[in-house]
Design a protein around this ligand. Structure first.
Ligand code: SF4
Ligand code: MG
Length: 297
């Protein structure tokens, strides 16, 4: 006879806000795998959950902040990066990740992203690229491949899409990688590497959206899409990230394309403050000598 007093425990119950279940994501969506990889990566990096913070913007991926069991913020559309920058600068002991979608981070939030990368703010940005605006009805996103169908491109998209890893690299990110949500182990390892590294890290994760993008483009189920992505993937860490755009059929080049050391925004702020203090002291000493004053005024 079955013992009904023993309830099955979800393997990730400790990482998720179970009171928020069931989640709103569609069956076959890649987002669950990405949340799981993030939690694994943080633990793998030895970062205490008490010090990890997740900030999300708006859209299907924006819901990540509501499901992870750690300090998290679901912010306004496109503003996850400035919000996260404020969190990090206010408490530099925190490990701050922005997990948001391609529309949120590269359309309305595009300017914030490139300037945070330029400043090398100590943030870990995980951009879930499903090639479309999923939650709001399947409109063209800045990542929708040329000729793909969307609700605002019923005859096929005629806009060139952004190459996200190319933009992040050109803007100055110190860590840049691309994976798909099928690469669960590699993605978790890459997240562990990124969250351990000071400076602006950017990871693009190609993720199936069977309900909207795939339905409009005859892509099949979530599982079909994962299989296709795996088949099309070529891992090449030495690839030039500015030369590996994505389209509907060619290979998806994945890997860690950039991993370099350079001063973070906060380190530069500190250096600037020290320079200012030194100059002020020098000026006061010179003035005192010239005027014969005693003591600093
Ligand atoms: Fe995932 Fe697409 Fe459904 Fe949004 S609409 S939850 S991205 S499958
Ligand atoms: Mg999207």
């Amino acid at each position: 006879m079955q013992d009904n007093s023993v309830m099955p425990v979800h393997p990730e119950e400790n990482d998720l806000r179970m009171d928020r279940m069931p989640h709103i994501w569609c069956s076959g969506c890649g987002l669950g795998m990405i949340v799981s990889a993030y939690m694994k990566g943080v633990k793998q990096a030895g970062i205490s959950i008490e010090k990890a913070v997740v900030v999300s913007g708006i859209g299907c991926t924006g819901r990540v902040a509501g499901y992870v069991k750690l300090d998290s913020y679901h912010t306004t559309h496109g503003r996850a990066i400035p919000f996260a920058t404020g969190v990090k600068l206010a408490n530099r002991e925190l490990n701050v990740a922005v997990i948001s979608g391609d529309g949120d981070l590269f359309a309305i939030g595009g300017n914030h992203l490139i300037h945070a990368a330029r400043r090398n703010v100590d943030l870990n940005v995980i951009c879930v690229n499903n090639f479309i605006y999923g939650m709001t009805g399947g409109q063209n996103a800045p990542t929708t491949p040329l000729e793909a169908y969307s609700s605002t491109a019923p005859y096929g998209n005629y806009e060139q899409p952004f190459n996200l890893v190319g933009i992040a690299t050109a803007a100055g990110a110190s860590y840049v990688a691309r994976w798909t949500s099928a690469h669960t182990k590699r993605l978790a390892d890459s997240i562990a590497e990124a969250v351990s590294k000071p400076g602006f890290s950017f990871i693009e994760v190609i993720s199936p959206c069977p309900t909207v993008f795939a339905r409009k483009n005859m892509g099949g189920s979530g599982l079909d899409l994962l299989k296709k992505y795996m088949k099309r993937t070529k891992i090449d860490h030495s690839a030039d990230p500015t030369k590996i755009p994505l389209d509907m059929s060619n290979e998806i080049v994945c890997g860690v394309f950039r991993n370099e050391e350079k001063p973070t925004f906060w380190e530069n702020v500190q250096k600037g403050t020290e320079r200012k203090v030194k100059k002020t002291m020098e000026y006061k000493v010179t003035k005192r000598k010239m005027t014969g004053q005693r003591g600093l005024k």
